[in-house]
Design a protein around this ligand. Sequence first.
Ligand SMILES: *Cc1c(COP(=O)(O)O)cnc(C)c1O
Length: 420
Amino acid sequence: MSEPIAPKRALEHAPVLFPRNAHGELLVGGQRLSVLAERVGQTPFYAYDRSLLKARVADLRAALPQGIELHYAMKANPMPALVQWMAGLVDGIDVASAGELQVALNAGADPHEISFAGPGKRDIELGQAVAAGVLVNVESARELSTLARASQRLGLPARVALRVNPDFELKGSGMRMSGGPKQFGIDAEALPEVLAEVGRLSGDGVSFEGFHLFAGSQNLKAEAICEAQQKSYELALRLAEAAPSPVKFLNLGGGFGIPYFPGESRLDLAPIADNLATLQQRVKADLPSAKLVIELGRYFVGEAGIYVSRIVDRKVSRGQVFLVADGGLHHHLSASGNFGQVLRKNYPASVEPQGRRETATEAASVVGPLCTPLDLLADRMDMARGEIGDLAVVYQSGAYGRSASPAGFLGHPDVVEVLV
Ligand SMILES: *Cc1c(COP(=O)(O)O)cnc(C)c1O
C-alpha cells in the first residue's frame, strides 16, 4: 500500500514588487487584479506595470554613476508597447534579430543607440542593420565582409563593434555565455587579426566603434559581476591598442539577476556602482572618446510582470491538492522550470480568491492543462485556499515569458499581454 505523500510546504517566497490594497487585493498599475482581469476579458494573460518599469530604471540610474549608458536588451520582453515604453526610459535598445530591430525602430528608438548582437546574422539582416544605421556587434569575420559589401551597395557606413569571446567566465551565472569555446563573439586571441581587417575595410565603409563583451546572465553576486566588468575592461583596453580608430562604445554586458527563488534577495548595487565609477575614471584617461554601456534585459523587466491564469479544476490526489489552471508552460516555460534551470524551484506565486473573502490557506500545486508532468507553475506552495474561478498569479514573469515559450504545444489558445 502506498503512503499518501505529505505536502512539502514552501513557506518562503522571493520578494515581490506588486503591492496590495488595504483589503489585501493585488494591485497592478494601481488597479485591482479582479478589475484588470475583467478589463482584459480573458485568461491567461501577462500584465506588465509601467510604474514598476519606470521606477526600476530610475532607481538604477540613481544608484550608478552618471554617464553610464543603460541599454535594454529587448529579447527579455519584446512586446512592442513595452519596448516603446522602455525606449523612452533607457539610453538604447539591444536587439538580437532583424525582427527585434524592426520593433525597436517602430518604437522610436534612436538608431544611433541601437546595437545588434547575435550569432548567425544573415546577409539580409546585416543589410537591414546598415540601412537602419545601427551598430552591429560583429560575431565573425564573415559578418565583417558582408557588412562591407552592404555599405558599398547602400553608400552608408557600416557601424561595427567587435563582440569578444573573452578568456574568462562570469562566475555564478544562471547561463554562461563566454569563456572557452563558444558560438558567441570572436575569440580574444583572434581579435588583433580581425581588427587589422577592420582597418583594411575602413576604406570600404566599415566604421569601427568599439567592443562588446557579454559574460552571462541572471547573476545575483555583485562581486562576480564586478570582477567580470574589470576583466572585460582590461581586455578591451589591450585590444584597443590594435584598433584602427578610437573606441566610442565599450559595452561591458550586464548579467544583473533578480530574485526568483526562496532565500534569494535583490542584487546589491553599491559595489557595482563603485566599480563602475572606478572604471569610468580609467576610461577618461585610457579611452577618452568611449562611453561605457551596460545592457540589461531581465533586471529591467522581470519583476514588473505577472502571469495570470484562472483555476478551472480543483483535485486532491493522495492528499495533495492540485489547482488546474487554464495557463501553463505553453505560455510560461521558465516558471515551469524548463528554461535552463537545473533544479526546478518555485517562482513566487499566489492564489487570488475571486468574489469572496478567503482566510484559509493550504499547501497546493498549481498545474497547467497540458498532458505532461512538466506543466507545473507552483509545486506544493502555501497559498490561499483556491477554488474554481479563482486567479493564480505567477510573479517575476516580465522577462523570458511569452516569447520564450512553446505556444503551439498542445493547441491551446494564445496568451494576451497588457501594459498597465
Ligand atoms: C540575453 C542577452 C542579454 C540580456 O540578458 P539578461 O539576463 O536578460 O539581462 C544581454 N545581452 C546579450 C548579448 C544577450 O544575449
